[in-house]
Design a protein around this ligand. Sequence first.
Ligand code: PAF
Length: 281
Amino acid sequence: MVIIRDVKSLREALREVRMEGRKIGFVPTMGALHTAHISLVKIACERSDYSVVSIFVNPTQFGPAEDFERYPRTPEEDCRLLEAEGVDLVFIPTRSEMYAEDETITIDPGVKAQIFEGRSRPTHFRGVLTVVAKLFNQVQPDLAVFGEKDAQQLYLVREMAKNLQMPVEIIAGPTLRELDGLALSSRNRYLKKAERELATVLYHALTAGVERFQSGERSLEAIRGSMREAINEVPEFEVDYFTAVGDADFEETDPVSEKPRMIIAGRIGSVRLIDNLCPSA
Ligand code: PAF
């Protein structure tokens, strides 16, 4: 496994791979890798001839109140895990490799970046799309894998790739869950024991919404009502938003889309959690 830290060497290494006609699969990450990241890496390895993973804690997607400095950084352990998966190249750029001091051009993520996650994190998706666009330009992958757990991010990355005609296939990696339904996330490690038990409220609310939909209900308010009942079971959960959106357009409509995705976010103690679920086809 090759570890590269600068864009010039990355381009040189990948030029050869491309000349050999090999298909490049890419997983962008911010490191501190866990089982859910590794599941994305497995998909990239299976579906490509040459796999690239980036590790970069992207400063521009953190808001002023979010602690960029405290974000966990475990590059040695990450590389060990990636090597065990048979990853071909790990790209670990420095901040100055990714951003010039005087940079003013960014990707405008559009109106759907202002709702749900964007309401409490107004600059977040601009930062995400800008860094993903840069990484796509650097790696020029044939396919890139993003976790379905960050459904709004996945939607916006797909839209960016489509709208800006980027020649990359965006693949969704399914959400991995603990036995009790809690979605795997880097943030779960910050939950205290009692909070960890309460954290299943997100999954319970999502399944309540999905079950109501599957029973034939299409009224948004009725579906949200079922979700709210589950949420009310856990007063410690400080809900941020919960609703049903169209899976294809992230649009909240009443009646709900025939292909909906239930989404939810909120805090338990100081830990903010998000999750989503679609009715199975
Ligand atoms: O999902 C993440 O880890 C990040 O938002 C990403 C896509 C690596 C961009 O920094």
